[in-house]
Design a protein around this ligand. Structure first.
Ligand code: ATP
Ligand code: MG
Length: 440
């Protein structure tokens, strides 16, 4: 195969489009006489006129050597293949909460060139890669990557792009093409099918015929993937900015059930869940303006309908609101666990849900504290959506809107709340009495 070297400026690529942290990492690698290139989504998105969401770096330095350069600011992660994360703590001047600037962690991922030779002992009995720490040359690394457009190397110091796989041609023709023999590549790693669909939808690309043809035969292999990897893929779909279109495309290829149990439940097996559709529509729209979207909000919203149904039922059957909600969450815990949602995310989502009760029946003495809760923002968004779906009391919702306005008179509003809640409690007690009478 021929190696093409192209001046980046001729393709509209310049360092102003690259994050400072990625540039810093590459400078350090090159200063230490190693290669340092941006590869993958970062350079691909710039070439396609999109804003990259992150920058992956590739080098000929082994993970341990990379760690020696970045020392305490780096960690080696990964089992199937080791990579180094270099950590940056940046102050975001646009985000100040309680008079304090927010420090955001930014990670640059550095991987070492991998060998194109997949050794037999690294494959399991089905031909799938299980271990992958064979280092190689840049050229070998290029052919190990999934799609030609993901296999372009950008050197920001020399300002050149290196292309081994006709990736530039495919960028120009807006074509997504798998590298090598499609059947072999999907057997090695069936997740490439999902990546192809997501990237094609997200970037407006056509999947080349030969790359798409084996989907039907190999999609079944996705059922054997572990739930954590599928969880990551599901997240990427939700955060793609075109999640609804991606889900439609997955439906079109008739993705087997069990690959994404959450999508099965929300979109594939029954009539689509309207609340979940709205959550994804809002997320897609928001991603057109900002990258600042919350996974916790997305999950609390996607799972809300099922939790809400039992929450309502439990409450109607006489439990307190809090007990009704907790019981409902427990009823669904096994399913949530099956999705591969990490513990931290699950706990955060649970907080967003329990805050719904504080929003539904705000107690004057606790309101100020509720607003300061670290999950309040996500809880508020969920509550607002629930209002759109007529799940919450409009008077309380209106009260909250007034209370949250910056210059509102909090004292008067708290007094107003006393009587509002008084009325609400009276109504609730009346309903309970009526129900008891009916039962007796
Ligand atoms: P994005 O980050 O925008 O979702 P990406 O292509 O950068 O897209 P990453 O998961 O960050 O996705 O992967 C970085 C690069 O690693 C890819 O561009 C590709 O070159 C390579 N890669 C990722 N997953 C695979 C895979 N399953 N098989 C082969 N190469 C892969
Ligand atoms: Mg990436």
């Amino acid at each position: 195969m021929t190696k093409k070297i192209i001046a980046a400026s001729s393709l509209g690529v310049s360092n102003t489009k690259i994050s400072h942290d990625a540039l810093f990492v590459i400078e350090q690698l090159q200063k230490n006489n190693y290669d340092g290139y941006i590869v993958g989504g970062g350079i691909r998105d710039i070439l396609l006129g999109k804003t990259p969401k992150d920058f992956d770096v590739v080098t000929n330095a082994k993970p341990e050597a990379v760690r020696k350069i970045f020392r305490r600011n780096s960690v080696i992660i990964g089992r199937r293949f080791k990579i180094v994360h270099v950590l940056f703590d940046n102050i975001n001047p646009e985000k100040i909460i309680n008079n304090r600037p927010i420090i955001e962690r930014h990670i640059i991922e550095i991987s070492t060139y991998r060998s194109s030779k997949v050794h037999k002992h690294n494959l399991n009995e089905h031909g799938k890669i299980v271990e992958d720490n064979n280092y190689g040359t840049q050229e070998e690394d290029a052919f190990r990557r999934d799609f030609t457009i993901n296999s372009l190397f950008y050197d920001p110091i020399k300002e050149i792009i290196i292309d081994y796989t006709h990736g530039i041609e495919d960028v120009k023709n807006k074509t997504l093409r798998i590298i090598g023999d499609p059947k072999e590549r999907y057997t090695e790693d069936p997740v490439r099918i999902l990546r192809a669909i997501r990237l094609a939808v997200k970037l407006g690309l056509q999947i080349e015929k030969k790359s798409a043809a084996p989907f039907a035969k190999f999609k079944q292999l996705l059922c054997n993937e572990n739930k954590w990897r599928m969880y990551e893929e599901m997240l990427k779909i939700c955060l793609s900015g075109e999640s609804l279109k991606c889900i439609n495309a997955l439906r079109e290829i008739r993705l087997p059930y069990k690959v994404f149990p959450l999508f099965d439940k929300l979109f594939f097996k029954h009539e689509a869940d309207a609340f979940a559709l709205k959550i994804l529509e809002k997320t897609d729209n928001r991603l057109k303006e900002t990258n600042d979207v919350s996974i916790i909000f997305i999950f609390s919203g996607l799972l809300w309908s099922m939790v809400e149904e039992d929450y309502s039922n439990n409450y109607k059957n006489g439990m307190t609101k809090y007990n009704a909600l907790i019981a409902s969450i427990e009823q669904h815990a096994a399913f949530i666990n099956l999705l591969g949602v990490t513990k931290n995310i699950f706990y955060a989502v649970k907080d967003v849900w329990t805050l719904q009760i504080k929003l539904e029946i705000p107690q004057p003495k606790n309101v100020a504290k509720t607003v300061l809760d670290s999950r309040f923002r996500q809880a508020w968004h969920l509550y607002t959506m629930r209002h759109e779906f007529q799940q919450v009391d409009t008077n309380i919702f209106t009260w909250w809107n007034k209370y949250l306005q910056e210059n509102s008179n909090k004292q008067i509003l708290l007094e107003e709340l006393e009587s509002l809640i008084g009325n609400q409690l009276a109504l609730m007690q009346y309903k309970k009495r009526k129900k008891k009478k009916k039962q007796s």
